[in-house]
Ligand binder design. Structure first.
Ligand code: ASP
Length: 584
């Protein structure tokens, strides 16, 4: 038997027990008369002691131990004289009687401690060592717990966990597909699913009216921070439901997770906001509503006073940063630099300080007198001591930049506490998005999303105005999930493909199976999918999804540990009838 207990298990009540432990050597400290070893496993750390005088053999054996050696030890549990209240086993130690080296270890390339000296890339290369660290392990434990709670809840509500295939068919919509060449069908390719979307809809046609799956999805997207080419969705679909039933079912799941995992009871219904309002007041389709600081539109109020920047702008708007009226020149310059960063893209920043004595100081004093600035302050409902920050320019760009500025100010003012959670449903997204480059509409969500009933007529006359029966769950500015009520009528689906610029033949080629299925009694249905990795990272208080994935890819979509992607053997290519073209 390798062990009687784990390294996280022994307590004061175990004193005098003879135990056997196995684990990794975290640290050896030889203090002359005494040698201490910290032994670690998944469950914790236990202190081992050797009295060097009475146990010379053991002491010399301990001297040979290196970090991360795997050892088995036997001894008696004793009460510690100097206790360590930081760890659960801190009241006890094991007086060693025997050490067995089960395996040696090379010197690890970084310290395996909570605060490691290993850089990102090095930790990813040796991810199996990184995974030994407690904070990383806790993330995976959290992920496991959430997975269990999701399954329990959904299963309890009658949802069936049904697997769908990974080798499917490439479609031109959405992100780029990862494709897999077929050996038995030369020149033909499978695609890895971007999501099980069409399969879950087919399951609804098949009568499985409540489906879910915690499932890998694959998207060959351009690299952006916090994206992974493969990620995990909690994918769900329901039949005989409208929007309300879907939102209520998954608000239930969300509350359940908060209750079980975070010990947070959310009683109120989640607020809802239309996409239009989200954009107008927060400049984002995933507003962080932990704090206000909503946008005020000044466009009509400030134009025509001879200030060219404003007069030429399509949109002028701003936020009121409460209590920031004392900001120094230097701080304002920093904010200006912030909004001018290329990824934010504003041309400049206009500020108005509402001084404590009721006077104003602004960067546009030349064009606007105190009386006018007072009117602005009224629009913002600002008080003396506040600071107005205003941006101007092309509308969408400016809203976007203002959104970044708002988040920045929220962070500066400590309004984005990671322990506060503010869920929100964003609803009524536009159905379609116009793309200037290709001069066509794209589905904002996906081509199976149903238009809002009242807007059906507009599909012919003004497709850009049609609202989708789609919804996103947003928590703290993170889009945790999204879904929609689907089209379940083959004629409407056909119409949708037409609006998206598919010829009849293209639609039949790509999605014929779905339109066919719709001819055989498709029930009304809708669903949602959540980003599982994101949800775990939100609950873990992390900014990146990488830390909650056991073996993630790096920012260049590479697995640096197994070194993938990598070339394959010529014979494999030949089997697949694939010839490589020289790359520049
Ligand atoms: N399949 C969609 C997605 O991955 C989610 C849904 O509509 O259920 O975004």
């Amino acid at each position: 038997m390798y062990r009687t207990h784990t390294c996280g298990e022994l307590r004061i009540a175990d004193v005098n027990k003879n135990v056997t432990l196995s684990g990794w050597v975290q640290r050896v400290r030889n203090l002359g008369g005494m040698t201490f070893i910290d032994l670690r496993d998944r469950y914790g750390i236990t202190q081992l002691v050797i009295n060097s005088e009475s146990s010379e053999d053991l002491a010399s054996k301990a001297d040979k131990l290196g970090r991360e050696f795997v050892i088995q030890v036997m001894g008696a549990v004793a009460e510690r004289s100097s206790k360590n209240s930081k760890i659960p086993t801190g009241d006890v130690e094991i007086i060693l009687e025997k050490i067995e080296i089960l395996n040696v270890s090379a010197v690890p390339p970084f310290t395996i401690e909570d605060d490691t000296d290993g850089g990102d890339e090095l930790r990813m290369k040796y991810r199996y060592l990184d995974l030994r660290r407690t904070p990383v392990r806790r993330n995976l434990e959290l992920r496991h717990q959430m997975g269990i709670e999701i399954r329990n809840y959904l299963s309890e509500k009658g949802f069936l966990d049904i697997e769908t295939p990974f080798l499917i068919k490439s479609t031109p919509e959405g992100a780029r597909d990862f494709v897999v060449p077929s050996r038995v069908h030369p020149g033909q390719f499978y695609a890895l699913p971007q999501s099980p979307q069409v399969f879950k809809q087919l399951l609804m046609v098949a009568g499985y009216d409540r489906y879910f799956q915690i499932v890998k999805c694959f998207r060959d997207e351009d690299l952006r921070a916090d994206r992974q080419p493969e990620f995990t969705q909690i994918d769900c679909e329901m039949a005989f439901v409208g929007r309300e039933e879907v939102l209520s079912a998954f608000e239930g799941l969300t509350k359940h997770l908060f209750r079980k995992v975070k010990n947070i009871e959310i009683k109120d219904d989640f607020p809802r906001m239309s996409y239009a309002d989200a954009m107008e007041f927060y400049g984002s389709d995933k507003p962080d509503i932990r704090f206000g600081m909503t946008f005020k539109n000044l466009t009509t109020q400030v134009q025509g006073k001879g200030f060219k920047v404003f007069d030429d702008a399509e949109y002028i708007g701003g936020i009121c940063a409460e209590g920031c009226g004392e900001y120094s020149r230097k701080e304002l310059d920093k904010l200006t630099d912030f909004v001018k960063k290329p990824q934010i893209g504003a041309q400049g920043l206009v500020y108005v300080k509402y001084n404590e004595d009721g006077t104003f100081k602004s960067s546009v004093d030349k064009f606007f007198d105190a009386e006018q600035l007072k009117l602005w302050a009224d629009t913002f409902e600002a008080k003396p001591g506040d600071l107005l920050l205003i941006l101007a320019g092309q509308k969408n760009k400016t809203l976007n930049a203002l959104s970044e500025l708002r988040l920045e100010m929220g962070s500066r003012l400590g309004l984005r506490d990671k322990n506060v959670f503010a869920p929100l449903w964003v609803v009524d997204f536009p159905l379609l998005e116009w793309d200037e480059d290709s001069q066509r509409f794209y589905a904002m969500h996906h081509p199976f999303t149903s238009p809002v009933k009242d807007d059906l007529e507009l599909l012919n006359s003004d497709p850009g105005k049609v609202r989708a029966d789609a919804y996103d769950l947003v928590i703290n500015g993170v889009e945790l999930g999204g879904g929609s009520i689907r089209i379940h009528n083959d004629q409407l689906q056909k119409k949708m493909f037409e609006v998206l610029g598919f010829t009849d033949e293209e639609a039949r080629n790509q999605f014929g199976f779905l339109m066919n299925a719709f001819k055989y009694g498709a029930p009304p249905h809708g669903g949602i999918a959540f980003g599982f990795d994101r949800w775990v990272s939100l609950f873990a208080g992390l900014d990146s999804i990488r830390d909650v994935i056991a073996f993630p890819k790096n920012n260049a979509a590479r697995d640096v540990m197994i070194d993938s992607p990598s070339p394959i053997h010529l014979s494999q290519l030949e089997e697949l009838y694939i010839q490589l073209r020289a790359t520049e």
